[in-house]
Design a protein around this ligand. Structure first.
Ligand SMILES: CC(C)(COP(=O)(O)OP(=O)(O)OC[C@H]1O[C@@H](n2cnc3c(N)ncnc32)[C@H](O)[C@@H]1OP(=O)(O)O)[C@@H](O)C(=O)NCCC(=O)NCCS
Length: 239
């Protein structure tokens, strides 16, 4: 018999996970938990919304997967579940069966890898990470816990995606570059230099949103942190 699975948040991501496990087996999705009371007792794609997150205590045998789209919110939900006695062993890890996870690559608990994700060598995916279709994670990349990598993202070698960072669709990150914790990289961006924690950057080359061209010379908040960063951003702008 397939393992019972409850999806936490009746979200678009949860529907994608539901479609995946329905097509490929492994889990029997018995319901959603969602704090929106208006949804309690309704169904989504034929699966009932069982109640709020606190109702997790009524389903001690099911595995869980937190399907909140935003990493920081996923982290809050996991903290709440922790307070309700949910330990890491309860979390499912859902990887599309056609995704190859080579020896030397790791995927943490509670993470979701959708169709077409490519991992090459020594890729480390932390816990509660979401990687959407056709993202490419090349050698030695690290995706820290609660990060989100949208469809079509391409990461060069040894890229680090910080905790709860969000990379929009089709963004590209140059090798050896770090996306800061809680940072957001806009869809279609080309990130050439380290992106500071918590900032939103976009464009080609990527720069902080709302900061005019020439960011490297005009900002006065301590970033770019080094003369080397300044030079690299200017180089990117000239390229
Ligand atoms: C970067 C992003 C987070 C910014 O969102 P936002 O804060 O709501 O920003 P706005 O839409 O108000 O745009 C602010 C400015 O940034 C520009 N901008 C927004 N996104 C941009 C992008 N990806 N690339 C370049 N410029 C962008 C806008 O044109 C606007 O410029 P203006 O001030 O000159 O008019 C968002 O646009 C984005 O790319 N999100 C990722 C979407 C995604 O991948 N979704 C996947 C769902 S599965």
């Amino acid at each position: 018999m397939a393992t019972q699975l409850i999806l936490v948040a009746a979200s678009g991501l949860a529907r994608e996970v539901l479609a995946l496990v329905r097509a490929h087996g492994g889990y029997d999705v018995v319901g959603f938990l969602d704090d929106d009371v208006a949804r309690h007792g309704t169904t989504l794609d034929g699966v009932p919304v069982l109640g709020g997150i606190d109702a997790v205590t009524e389903h001690p045998d099911a595995e869980l997967l937190v399907c909140v789209g935003k990493g920081a919110s996923r982290e809050q939900v996991v903290e709440r579940l922790d307070g309700l006695g949910v330990f890491p062993i309860r979390y499912a890890t859902v990887v599309h069966p056609a995704v190859d996870v080579p020896d030397g690559c790791e995927v943490g608990v509670g993470s979701i890898l959708l169709a077409g994700v490519a991992m090459t060598a020594a890729v480390t995916v932390g816990s509660h990470v979401v990687v959407m279709p056709n993202a490419t994670l090349t050698h030695d990349c690290v995706l820290q816990d609660f990060s989100t990598v949208c469809a079509g993202v391409a990461l060069g070698g040894s890229v680090v995606v910080g905790r709860a960072a969000y990379l929009g669709m089709n963004a590209s990150v140059r090798e050896n570059v770090r996306v800061g914790e809680g940072a957001t990289l806009g869809m279609g961006a080309a990130l050439l230099v380290d992106q500071p924690d918590g900032e939103t950057w976009a464009g080609v080359p990527a720069r902080a949103l709302g900061v005019p061209t020439g960011i490297a010379r005009h900002r006065n908040d301590g970033w770019p942190a080094t003369a080397e960063h300044t030079e690299r951003i200017d180089e990117g702008a000239r390229a």
